[in-house]
Ligand binder design. Structure first.
Ligand code: ADP
Length: 244
């Protein structure tokens, strides 16, 4: 059982944020030369790299689907990403996050355009400080866009939760560890369609509504940043001296 620590003092959170304030975020796309698409996000103390490979022919052949591509996601927490060295390789948690990420992304990626193929999406968490599934999903959707894979929209994510009895957005590690509830959410912003919603802890109906709204608001802010990041990348490419 975790020892209780005071997470809110004088109406402020441990890192000085307001209840409705997300952590500082910086995003970049096109960071890996050899991947079809890539993105790197620093979100608070989280550092996550996403790389996309494909679409390419799927092997073994019996896994191929003649009507669509397989969207295969792999979330990995690096051994050096957390305080106590994490045992390398997959575990229950990473398998779960990989699965929910693939399901969320499948609702936007036009997989039917690439029959018999696989699109591999890797999310490498280099430094973790809670909310990494939201960061991973946000980075993965940027990397897919960077790869030029047709999508109906981006997927944007953010968590909210309950800490010392208060509803707050975008929990950091201490809040996630010692708080009462964490609710990660991902959305297709243009359709306002929720594609990931998980909850660890308990909330009343009223608290849930408030938490949900805060997470959704956070995800919408993330969406604006994602669009800005992609726009800046295109402007950079257009501005490059390409011989014309
Ligand atoms: P998320 O990162 O999406 O919030 P969790 O709620 O499962 O997912 O994890 C919260 C945080 O706990 C992670 O961001 C990470 O900082 C830490 N954590 C998760 N798994 C481990 C682990 N195996 N060893 C040490 N810390 C971990």
């Amino acid at each position: 059982m975790n020892e209780k620590i005071e997470l809110i003092k004088d109406g402020k959170r441990l890192d000085g944020r307001r209840f409705d304030e997300i952590r500082d975020i910086s995003m970049k796309v096109g960071v890996l030369k050899k991947a079809s698409g890539s993105a790197y996000i620093e979100w608070g103390k989280n550092k996550v790299l996403a790389g996309v490979y494909g679409p390419r022919e799927l092997h073994p052949k019996f896994l191929q689907n003649p009507t669509r591509a397989l969207l295969r996601c792999t979330y990995n927490l690096a051994p050096f990403s957390v305080d106590d060295r994490k045992k390398p390789g997959p575990d229950r948690r990473s398998v779960e996050i990989s699965k929910v990420t693939a399901e969320a992304l499948e609702s936007v990626v036009m997989v039917e355009r690439y029959p018999n193929t696989v699109i591999d999406v890797f999310m490498e968490v280099l430094q973790a400080d809670a909310g990494t599934r939201c960061v991973g999903l946000t980075a993965a959707s940027l990397a897919l866009a960077d790869a030029g894979i047709p999508m109906k929209d981006l997927v944007s994510a953010c968590a909210a939760g309950k800490v010392d009895g208060e509803i707050v957005v975008d929990l950091m590690k201490e809040e996630d560890n010692y708080g009462e509830c964490d609710l990660p959410l991902a959305v297709i912003p243009r359709k306002n369609e929720v594609v990931l919603l998980q909850m660890d802890g308990k909330l009343t109906r009223e608290e849930f509504d408030k938490t949900y709204r805060l997470a959704l608001n956070g995800a919408m802010k993330v969406y604006e940043m994602q669009k800005e990041t992609l726009k800046a990348r295109i402007e950079h490419i257009m501005g490059e001296d390409n011989g014309y």
